[in-house]
Design a protein around this ligand. Structure first.
Ligand code: NAD
Ligand code: IPM
Ligand code: MN
Length: 354
């Protein structure tokens, strides 16, 4: 199990350190884990003048799986776009062909009171958001800022999806739905955008191969509303890159905190990059208060999807559940009466439960 570790920026190194403790425990138990660390994002720009430098490219291409913290920070926001941390993240996703981003919004019952929604609205929540990750307006050309025909400066991006890009993400989503409650909701803006009307047409066509899955369609604005009105109506959601980015942050609050939402970004052969859905949280970086559970749960997803070790995924998830059941809480999921711990304190609790 060759695992590349990319701590990144901001809280990245703090949360990844806690996940690495879990990895080391699995290694001590006899798993053949080999790890190597490299910079990505701002840390890589500082060291190499490139947010995705060659040393990192070499390491992640040779690895079976990648564990990433997060990238970005205000000190990098005025760099030329190609030098920015976020560009490093987009490049690694594209380079490794990680087109399928799985973001499971699962409520641990112990956190029903930590959500900003009423406990009965979120109790039992278990949604899988399947976000296409290497296409859409994120990568579409042309893009930029130019002088338009009226002589005025104008910014533009292009939303594009090829048929094959839509088919392959649709097949992943249908496949996941088959193993769950067999309901798939495709989210689009087909009433306005041709690109997403095409998305809807192709997803509907792929449904022929999955007759046991019930496919529905929803406009993204309605989906944003339905996610807070009645989130449990959803089983699997499939959507494009930008809608998936936004809806998954929204869904994270249903689980109590964005610090709880893990993710897997997979290629055709289940090589994967695993990272929390949140960012580098510059507002709390360096204070040892961030919630490391999304990163630790991303490691569970790595065991499940890349290494096919459902048993180890469950072992990590059970340890997290046990810790929450004991009332151990970082600040973002704190409730009066619970036991408030730091980032490394949460790591200690998970290690003890493991
Ligand atoms: P963010 O997710 O970093 O933070 C949003 C809010 O959530 C902040 O108040 C933060 O303190 C809180 N938060 C996030 N993770 C937390 C955790 N684990 N525990 C407790 N609280 C947590 O989003 P942002 O502020 O919009 O972006 C900050 C930087 O991160 C930007 O540079 C952005 O581009 C980058 N970013 C990177 C990734 C990534 O690497 N995958 C994802 C999103 C944003
Ligand atoms: C995420 C982030 C990234 C995205 C940014 C940092 C490029 O928000 O992983 O959700 O938009 O995909
Ligand atoms: Mn995001």
């Amino acid at each position: 199990m060759k695992i590349a570790i990319l701590p990144g920026d901001g809280i990245g190194p703090e949360i990844v350190a806690q996940a690495v403790r879990v990895l080391e425990r699995l290694r001590a138990d006899g798993l053949p884990i080999e790890t190597d660390t490299a910079p990505l994002g701002g840390a890589a720009y500082d060291q190499y003048g490139d947010p995705y430098p060659e040393a990192t490219q070499k390491l992640v291409r040779a690895a079976d799986a990648v564990l990433l913290g997060a990238v970005g920070g205000p000190q990098y926001d005025t760099l030329p776009r190609d030098m920015r941390p976020e560009r490093g993240l987009l490049r690694i996703r594209k380079d490794l062909n990680l087109f399928a981003n799985l973001r499971p919004a699962v409520l641990y019952p112990e956190l029903a009171g930590a959500s900003t929604l009423k406990p009965e609205v979120v109790a039992g929540l278990d949604i899988m958001i399947v976000r296409e990750l290497t296409g859409d307006i994120y990568f579409g050309q042309p893009r930029g800022v130019h002088i338009n025909a009226a002589g005025e400066r104008e910014g533009f991006n292009t939303m594009r999806y090829s048929e094959s890009e839509i088919r392959r993400i649709a097949r992943v989503a249908f496949g996941i739905a088959q193993k769950r409650n067999r309901r798939l909701c495709s989210v689009d803006k087909a009433n306005v955008l041709e690109c997403t009307e095409f998305w809807k047409e192709i997803v509907s066509d792929e449904a022929r191969h999955f007759p046991d899955v019930e496919l529905s369609h929803m406009y993204v604005d309605n989906a944003a509303m339905q996610l807070v009105r009645n989130p449990k109506q959803f089983d699997v959601i499939v959507t494009g890159n930008i809608f998936g980015d936004i809806l998954s942050d929204e869904a994270s609050m249903l689980t109590g905190s964005i610090g709880m939402l893990p993710s897997a970004s997979l290629d055709e052969r289940n090589k994967g990059l695993y990272e929390p859905c949140h960012g580098s949280a510059p507002d709390i970086a360096g204070r040892n208060v961030a919630n490391p559970l999304a990163t630790i749960l991303s490691l569970a997803m790595m065991m499940r999807y890349t290494f096919g070790r459902e048993d180890l995924a469950r072992r990590i998830e059970s340890a997290v559940q046990a810790v929450l059941a004991r009332g151990v809480r970082t600040a973002d999921i704190y409730e009066p009466g619970s036991d408030k711990v730091s980032c490394s304190g949460m790591g200690d609790a998970v290690m003890a439960a493991l």
